[in-house]
Structures are given as structure tokens and as C-alpha cells.
Ligand binder design. Structure first.
Ligand SMILES: [Zn+2]
Length: 263
């Protein structure tokens, strides 16, 4: 569960005063069993996971102040530390008419976390006409969630504008949103892949935040199963079981399994 130094992220935004690089450990402590992966408020869940796993501990505020890209990078670091995996394998479906073949894409975690670091290091998009837009943060996401707007895209662009005038035509705004997506690829991630069945190349959107959260929910399921097996057998508390070195716990679990003591 040790945090990986190579996946650390240096916060660069306003909430980062005095903070050094953040590392993120994997899930595995007793307190992590309280994380509610069924929480429909996704920004709140992401903040809870990252604040629980950040090293050094920094509280919630600097986590809210991270760009959406860095929050995804942090989740990738948490998942990678917990699972030992270096590749995020995505299962996709070919959108080609009449095809629908299953596709797989493997994304290196280090390359994705590099994008998260770049987002913190360069938080502002400068456009030639003097328009300056900053990347969205967790705090922005929380605000947008609380105050639904009639024109959500316009409201989002307005909050992110630091200087200059937003375009007033719909076409120009769509173009601007596309430039933002290109500038900030992690929150608006898409995989370009050629389908081996129909030969068609497609760009398929992938929700990396949801992918990470789904994997972390499975890590937590596994922790509950381990605790359940050992608590039944030995009567230990969840904290005692999870504080134990992983190798020792694995041996007890193997013994419990060998005796058919758990399903
Ligand atoms: Zn296809």
C-alpha cells in the first residue's frame, strides 16, 4: 500500500500554498473501509478518497483545489499503489455500425499521471485573442453541481475565464470547449483505436475518474472479504487485520482458505 514516489503530484493552484508534492498510498487501512463508493456525489467521493490517501496528510481543501486532471492522476496513483498495476486496461466497444466488437486499450499509468502533473504546472490556457481560461478544479465541479444552470456550458466557461471576452456565438463556444478538451485531456479523455474486426478507426470517450473509482470499489470489496474471513476465524478487529503486514495477512488468509473457512 506504499505510496509511489514516481506518481507524486505537485499541487500548483491557489490552495497549494506551502504544499510539497503529494504522494498517494493505496487503499488498505481500517479507515478506508468507511469510504462510500456508492456515494452519488462523485466530487465529494473523489475528495474523500484522495484526502484519505494523501501523504503527507493535507486535509480536504487542497484536494478540492486540485485540477480535475490532478484529481484523476491521484486516483490512478491510489489504484496503482493498491493493485500493483502499471497499466489501466479499458474495455471498450467498437461504435462502428453493425460491429460492436469488444476492444481493449492499455494505458500506462505513469503517462497518465504525467498529464496530471502538467495540468498542475500549467493551469492556464492562453488564447491568441487575449482570452485566458484556467483548468477546472474539484471546487468548480462542486459549485456546478450545487447550482444547476440553464446554460451549463456557458456557466462553466464563464467561471473559468480569467481575462478576455468569451465568444457569443454557439459555434465559437463549441470550438472553445474543444480547445479546452485538447488542453485538458484527462477530464475529457478519449481513446483513438482501430477495430480489428471492421477495420474502422474510432475515437471513444473514456471516463477515467469512473474507471478508477470502480476499480477502487473492488479493492475495498476485497479488503472487506479479507477482514471478514480473519475476523470470523480469529476474532481480530478490522484495524488489527489491516495494520498487519500484507505478507503475514496473506498467509493467514491462505490457511483459512485451505481449511475451507471462508467462501
Ligand atoms: Zn468494429
Amino acid at each position: 500500500m506504499t505510496a509511489r514516489a514516481d506518481l507524486s503530484i505537485l499541487p500548483g493552484g491557489a490552495g497549494a500554498a506551502g504544499l510539497g508534492p503529494l504522494r498517494f498510498r493505496g487503499l488498505g487501512r481500517a479507515g478506508d473501509l468507511d469510504l462510500d463508493f456508492a456515494d452519488p456525489d462523485r466530487p465529494r467521493l473523489v475528495t474523500a478518497v484522495l484526502a484519505a490517501c494523501a501523504e503527507p496528510a493535507c486535509g480536504d481543501d487542497p484536494i478540492w483545489a486540485l485540477t480535475l486532471a490532478a484529481r484523476i492522476g491521484g486516483l490512478l496513483a491510489v489504484w496503482s499503489a493498491a493493485s500493483g498495476d502499471d497499466l489501466l486496461e479499458l474495455r471498450l466497444r467498437c461504435p462502428g455500425a453493425g460491429c460492436g466488437a469488444d476492444l481493449e486499450a492499455g494505458l500506462p499509468v505513469t503517462a497518465l499521471v504525467d498529464l496530471a502533473r502538467e495540468a498542475e504546472a500549467a493551469p492556464v490556457l492562453e488564447l491568441p485573442d487575449g482570452l485566458r481560461l484556467r483548468r477546472p478544479t474539484g471546487a468548480d465541479q462542486r459549485l456546478w453541481r450545487r447550482t444547476p444552470e440553464r446554460d451549463p456550458e456557458g456557466a462553466i466557461l464563464a467561471t473559468l475565464t480569467l481575462a478576455g471576452q468569451l465568444p457569443d456565438t454557439r459555434e465559437a463556444r463549441v470550438e472553445l470547449a474543444e480547445q479546452m478538451a485538447e488542453f485538458d485531456p484527462l477530464p475529457a479523455f478519449a481513446v483513438t483505436i482501430r477495430c480489428p474486426d471492421c477495420g474502422r478507426e474510432s475515437t471513444i470517450p473514456a471516463d477515467l475518474e469512473a474507471e478508477c473509482l470502480a476499480r477502487l470499489a473492488r479493492v475495498q470489496d476485497r479488503l472487506f472479504a479479507d477482514v471478514d474471513a480473519l475476523a470470523r476465524r480469529y476474532g481480530w478487529t478490522d484495524a488489527a487485520i489491516l495494520d498487519m503486514p500484507a505478507r503475514r495477512r496473506a498467509r493467514y488468509l491462505a490457511m483459512a482458505e485451505a481449511e475451507g473457512g471462508w467462501p
